[in-house]
Design a protein around this ligand. Structure first.
Ligand code: ATP
Ligand code: MG
Length: 393
């Protein structure tokens, strides 16, 4: 059965007393997110067996890198000499001619007769002797890795990078405002990478949540769910808010966006309090659009009392897009989508005047509006397997 050697980041390894909790969470997430048969801890790394040979461990936060190793049981120097030549022959398939190489060894088995340096020299010599390759220690075309743990050696030549971070579920739970745009989905991805279990709140301009699910919001949610043990998205219709704000005066309309953000934040906070959430987050980036000013951020913060995070606050738009494109999110936001924020005033106030904001909220009977909207929640659970479940309330 295909075998994977999975290394976690030093951030997990160093977390002291919590270390075993982090590792336990990482193992559990691997089991939930990927089709694996068995996950074992082994001297500071994980050994994973799966019937499949195409697993992508970069979908599991906390993984620093992984490899598909050759395994030598109860290794002796002679057995390693033979195995390194087998490994080199495998690596050769990626090149038109013999590549330059280096051997890099790690040893968690202090009983083995060779120390790290001797391992590298002796095994390097075996490759030179058997295949005639040239050693290049500073810029090798191929690095042959050897890891020794008690009773086993792992050999591999390809290290696949993970996203590091912390296992989802190990640092808390937060509710994010999710617009179906690139910023808020990337904000959720970055929060999750820090180990936060995220749930999302999306306001849609359709008659039913299922149309939002079939559109950009659902597509992004499916893509994001690959990185999480599970992702819940709470869908709410925008139409109650829209109806309540139909006859705002032109002056009041300039505050509608801030009032709507405060409204959304309150809904998210209510869900967070019901669902053991400890914080709220959004995809705001300071100054990115006219409405994302310090004053408006402060006005939205003031509507709720939970901690309010903005993981992208200091990112440039292009940086967010670049990362989103590398991860396959950006491609999904290019399709058109009926976005309720684009319905709201295109000329928003940049400095929210709190007296006006509060007067508008009173005029639209905010508490009642929150209640009617909350009653229309439709929750979809997106699983890393691609399966989607609709929750009956
Ligand atoms: P995004 O790319 O996430 O849409 P944006 O740059 O378009 O962000 P705005 O439209 O100003 O920014 O929205 C700011 C933030 O408000 C979003 O990042 C998101 O967190 C939240 N938000 C906006 N619209 C919605 C919505 N329809 N449902 C839920 N949250 C929303
Ligand atoms: Mg947007």
């Amino acid at each position: 059965m295909p075998l994977y050697l999975v290394h976690y980041g030093s951030e997990i390894g160093l977390k002291g007393k919590n270390r075993s909790d982090f590792i336990h969470q990482l193992k559990r997430n691997i089991q939930v997110q990927l089709p694996v048969a068995r996950v074992r801890s082994l001297h500071g790394r994980l050994l994973v067996e799966s019937p499949r040979d195409d697993l992508d461990f970069s979908l599991v936060f906390g993984v620093a890198w992984w490899a598909r190793p050759l395994v030598v049981e109860n290794p002796t120097p002679q057995a390693l000499r033979e195995a390194i030549v087998v490994l080199a022959r495998q690596a050769r398939q990626d090149f038109d001619q013999d590549p330059t190489f280096a051997v890099r060894a790690r040893r968690a088995d202090k009983a083995f007769p060779w120390n790290t340096l001797t391992l590298e020299r002796e095994l390097g010599a075996s490759v030179v002797q058997a295949l005639g390759w040239q050693v290049n220690l500073s810029r090798p075309q191929v690095t042959l890795h050897v890891e020794l743990v008690p009773g086993r050696a792992f050999l591999y030549h390809r290290k696949h990078p993970g996203h590091h971070g912390l296992p989802v579920g190990s640092t808390g739970r937060a509710f994010g405002l999710f617009s179906g745009g690139i910023d808020s989905v990337m904000a959720a991805w970055y929060m999750a990478r820090r180990g936060v279990e995220v749930e999302l709140v999306h306001f849609h301009a359709f008659t039913q949540a299922r149309y939002a699910d079939e559109g950009r919001a659902g597509k992004l949610a499916r893509h994001l769910a690959r990185y999480l043990p599970r992702l819940r998205v709470h869908y709410f219709p925008y139409h109650h808010f829209q109806a309540a704000t139909l006859d705002l005066s032109p002056k009041e309309q300039r505050y509608e966006l801030v009032v709507f953000r405060r409204f959304m934040a309150r809904i998210a906070e209510t869900l967070a309090r019901q669902g053991r959430g400890q914080a709220i987050f959004t995809g705001d980036s300071l100054g990115q659009v006219a409405s994302q000013t310090m004053e408006n951020i402060a006005a939205v913060d003031a509507a709720v009392s939970l901690p309010f995070f903005r993981p992208l606050l200091a990112f440039n738009k292009q940086e967010i897009i670049d990362m989103g494109e590398r991860l396959g999110f950006y491609q999904l936001v290019l399709e058109p989508y009926k976005d309720c924020c684009s319905i709201i005033s295109r000329n928003p106030a940049t400095r929210a005047r709190m007296d006006l904001v509060e007067a508008i909220e009173e005029g639209i009977h905010l508490p009642r509006l929150l209640e009617t909207t909350l009653q229309e929640r439709e929750t979809f659970t997106y699983l890393p397997t691609g399966e989607v479940r609709r929750e009956a309330d």
